[in-house]
Ligand binder design. Structure first.
Ligand code: VAH
Length: 317
C-alpha cells in the first residue's frame, strides 16, 4: 500500500487522485497535518515530524511505499528559515529512517530547480553541477538529495527523486512558491481581473504542467530499479517561459487582460534559479518526454479554471 505525505498540497492533491485511479482508492492512504475538505478514500491526519505517529501509520496500514510531498516552499521558507529547515529535514529523516527499518519497497521525495544557485550554468543547467542554493528551501533540497544518496548506498533503500521545475496546476491555489505567479495569473484572467506580477516580465523560469509532473513521477517510480542511475535527484524539464510570454498566450483568450509588474523579494530567488534545465539523464534512464508546451498548458488551465469559476458563480447565485 502507498502513503502520500502532504496529500493536501499542490502536488500531493493530484498525485493522491492519480495513484488511487491506478491502484484503487483503498490502496492509497492520504495524509497531511489537517483533514482535506473532501475525502475520496482513506486519509490519516498525520504530523510527519512525529516519527512515532509515522511508524504507527505505516504499520497500521501495511504501507510499502511512501511519496513524501510535504515541505515549506521557497518564498515562505525565507520568512522563517529555521522552521522551514526543521520541518523539511525532520520529516525527510523520519521517512528515510522508517523506510530503512521497515524495509519499504520504494520512497519518492521531490527536489527542485531551487537546488541550483548562482554557480550553475543558467541555460541547459546540467544534471551534475555545483549546487549553491540561495534559499533555505533549496538548501534543504540539496541536503535531502545527499541524504537520499547516502540511504541508498549504505542501507539499500530505493529512494527516487525529481528536481521539479515550477509546477502549474488548476486544482489548488498555490502556497508560498516563487513560481506561483504562473498559477495566480490564470485565476485572475478567467475572473476578468488584472494581475500584479511579483516577478519582472522577462524572468525566464523552467516550468511544468501538473499532468507532465505527475506522469514523470509515476514513470520514474515504475522504472526497473537497474535503470535508475541517479540517486540524488533527476533534472526534469517541461517548458520554460517568462511572465510576458504566458501573458501573451492568455491574451489570445482574454484580449483585454492587463498585467502590471511589481517585483518583490521573490525576484532575487528567481534570478538565482536556472532559466532552462538539461534533462537528458531522465530521457536516457527512463524515457522521459514532456507533452505540454505553453500553448497547451494555457488552453487547459483556462478551460478548467473558467469551468471552476462558472460553477462558483452558479453556487453563489
Ligand atoms: C517554489 N513551486 O516556488 C516551488 C518550486 C521550483 C519552484 O520549488 O518554491
Amino acid at each position: 500500500k502507498i502513503l502520500v505525505i502532504g496529500a493536501n498540497g499542490q502536488i500531493g492533491t493530484v498525485l493522491l487522485e492519480q495513484l488511487r485511479s491506478i491502484h484503487g482508492a483503498d490502496q492509497v492512504i492520504g495524509s497531511d497535518i489537517v483533514a482535506p475538505r473532501e475525502e475520496n478514500g482513506p486519509f490519516v491526519v498525520l504530523d510527519a515530524t512525529n516519527v512515532l505517529a509515522l511508524v504507527e501509520t505505516v504499520h497500521r496500514h501495511g504501507i510499502t511505499q511512501i511519496y513524501h510531498l510535504a515541505a515549506v516552499l521557497s518564498a515562505k521558507g525565507e520568512l522563517d528559515p529555521l522552521r522551514a529547515w526543521e520541518l523539511n529535514m525532520r520529516t525527510l529523516f523520519n521517512v528515510f529512517e522508517v523506510a530503512r527499518e521497515v524495509k519499504l519497497d520504494k520512497v519518492f521525495f521531490p527536489s527542485s530547480i531551487a537546488a541550483f544557485g548562482d554557480s550553475a550554468p543558467q541555460y541547459d543547467t546540467p544534471q551534475a553541477t555545483y549546487l549553491d542554493p540561495s534559499t533555505v528551501y533549496g538548501i534543504s533540497k540539496v541536503a535531502g538529495e545527499n541524504w537520499a544518496g547516502y540511504y541508498h548506498k549504505r542501507y539499500g533503500v530505493d529512494i527516487r527523486s525529481l528536481r521539479y521545475p515550477g509546477v502549474i496546476s488548476y486544482q489548488s491555489m498555490p502556497g508560498g512558491g516563487t513560481t506561483d505567479y504562473a498559477v495566480e495569473i490564470f485565476h485572475e484572467a478567467v475572473q476578468h481581473k488584472p494581475y500584479t506580477c511579483f516577478l519582472r516580465e522577462d524572468t525566464l523560469l523552467p516550468m511544468i504542467y501538473m499532468d507532465d509532473a505527475i506522469r514523470a513521477t509515476l514513470e520514474l517510480m515504475e522504472a526497473p530499479v537497474e535503470n535508475i542511475r541517479i540517486r540524488s535527484s533527476y533534472n526534469l524539464a517541461g517548458v520554460s517561459f517568462t511572465p510576458a510570454q504566458v501573458t501573451a498566450e492568455i491574451k489570445r483568450y482574454y484580449p483585454d487582460f492587463e498585467v502590471q509588474y511589481q517585483p518583490d523579494f521573490r525576484q532575487m530567488i528567481a534570478d538565482s534559479w536556472p532559466k532552462s534545465v538539461d534533462d537528458t539523464a531522465a530521457y536516457q534512464d527512463w524515457g522521459w518526454k514532456p507533452q505540454f508546451d505553453l500553448a497547451r498548458m494555457t488552453q487547459v488551465m483556462i478551460e478548467k479554471l473558467s469551468e471552476k469559476y462558472q460553477q462558483k458563480l452558479l453556487i453563489t447565485q
